[in-house]
Design a binder for this molecule. Sequence first.
Ligand code: CTP
Length: 133
Amino acid sequence: MSNRTVITFGTFDVLHVGHVRVLQRAAELGDRLVVGVSADALNITKKNRAPVFTQDERLEIVGALRVVDAVFVEESLEQKRDYILEHGADVLVMGDDWKGKFDFVSDICEVVYLPRTPSVSTTGLIEHIANNG
Ligand code: CTP
């Protein structure tokens, strides 16, 4: 019996169609989808700003999607390997903006990079709302 667990990571702030599509496509690669939602503190270091929605809100939103089976907080980018092992993931899915960057875990799981949905991003949405409000 195959029971493939897929894992993916992201901020998923101000949820948009690019997020929904990447999660749907990730879910199709296995039987169970686990999502690491990046911590507020991690975002502040990574993107130099706090997310619009708190990590608890982002966990609740992503966890409510039909294709998502479980969510957890990603505290650090360096712990990908630990998270993959902890959640028994067979496949790591990342957006192709990360192409090649996670090949170092290919000894413990399959690594798949999915193309991003063009023309939409959280950063773009925040700017759009700020300039048109
Ligand atoms: N993603 C996607 N298509 C987009 C935007 C995001 O497939 N247009 C994917 C990313 O590749 C990643 C996941 O969604 O796998 C979460 O990305 P995240 O960084 O949270 O979203 P962005 O919109 O890229 O956020 P930001 O603008 O803050 O970088």
